[in-house]
Design a protein around this ligand. Structure first.
Ligand code: SF4
Length: 308
């Protein structure tokens, strides 16, 4: 377990206040956030949330829960029905694991839903994240919950990350989270971190300028700087001809025709200083064809042009 300096504790206290205040008015509205109060519903929603778009889950989760409202109903259902109810969510193996997890739970008889990491992680398809999500969101236990969004946000808040790719390893982030999470409010804290990571502190383009915890963040300066560098060094998707994109050449071609009553191709190439460059010449021929097709110019003979 890492030992945090008292100043770090104080800083994260301030972060919590700011973040929870922001979350109160900016939280994303998801159906599973309203539905999931029981461990079973959290488990089903977390299985669905692995690798499936939120919009799809919005429509599928209520139907799935209507068809399989309890652990027992899911455990005893024909597997074909479970797979059918899963259609549209992808990765059918998750549906099989979910039913196997339900069967393992059902086999416990009258024992209550497990409430330790070890017991939950012994269920088929339940990893560390899903287990901790069940403990935090349903049992309201003060346990760290770290997915990739939370790992990224807490890394940036905690220490100066050099660029948008850098993060601190998950075990260290869990250790941090275990010490700073607001006691009794773990579920809200983690959902607020997830929403910040999904909407503002995004992977490639963090919007630090509108971030509610900007004043307390150790990485904001580096994020703003590296974000700008990354944008500037993005390879241009436009093909350039003598340093100019095609749309600029198109304007120049049109102007060269507009400046004369009638002009032929070699004159256009001469005016545009493009006579000795075969690739520019080919591009200009295509531009002329486009302009003619679009009705800007008319062609006289094979290679003479004038404005319409
Ligand atoms: S200030 Fe920027 S880097 Fe820091 S948490 Fe907010 S969005 Fe992320």
């Amino acid at each position: 377990m890492i030992r945090l300096a008292p100043s770090t504790h104080l800083r994260f206290n301030r972060i919590q206040k700011r973040l929870l205040r922001w979350y109160a008015t900016h939280q994303r509205s998801f159906i599973w956030r309203d539905l999931r109060t029981t461990p079973y519903v959290v488990m089903v929603s977390e299985f669905m949330l692995q690798q499936t778009q939120a919009a799809m889950i919005e429509s599928k989760l209520p139907r799935f829960l209507k068809r399989f409202p309890t652990v027992r109903s899911l455990a005893l259902a024909p597997t074909g029905d479970v797979i059918r109810a899963w259609q549209g969510l992808g990765y059918n193996r998750r549906a099989l694991n979910l039913q196997r997890a339900a069967q393992a739970l059902n086999a416990r008889g009258r024992k209550p839903f497990p409430n330790t990491l070890e017991e939950l992680m012994a269920l088929p398809g339940v990893g560390a994240y899903t287990a901790s999500a069940i403990l935090s969101f349903s049992f309201h236990y003060d346990v760290p919950v770290v997915d990739v969004n939370i790992e990224r946000v807490l890394s940036r808040l905690w220490m100066p990350m050099r660029d948008t790719h850098e993060t601190i390893p998950i075990p260290l982030i869990k250790s941090l989270d275990a010490q700073i999470l607001p006691r009794g409010n773990s579920g809200l804290w983690h959902q607020a971190l997830m929403d910040l990571g999904a909407t503002i502190c995004t992977k490639r383009n963090p919007k630090c300028e509108i971030c509610p915890v900007l004043a307390e963040c150790k990485s904001a300066k580096n994020m703003i700087r590296t974000r700008t560098i990354a944008k500037e060094s993005l390879p241009s998707k436009e093909i350039l001809y003598a340093g100019q994109p095609r749309r600029v050449w198109r304007g120049r071609v049109l102007k060269s025709i507009a400046d004369k009553k009638v002009i032929n191709l070699s004159q256009i190439l001469k005016v545009l200083d493009a006579s000795s460059n075969p690739s520019i010449e080919a591009m200009i021929q295509t531009v002329l064809n486009d302009l003619a097709t679009e009705g800007f110019i008319v062609r006289h003979g094979k290679s003479t042009f004038k404005l319409i």
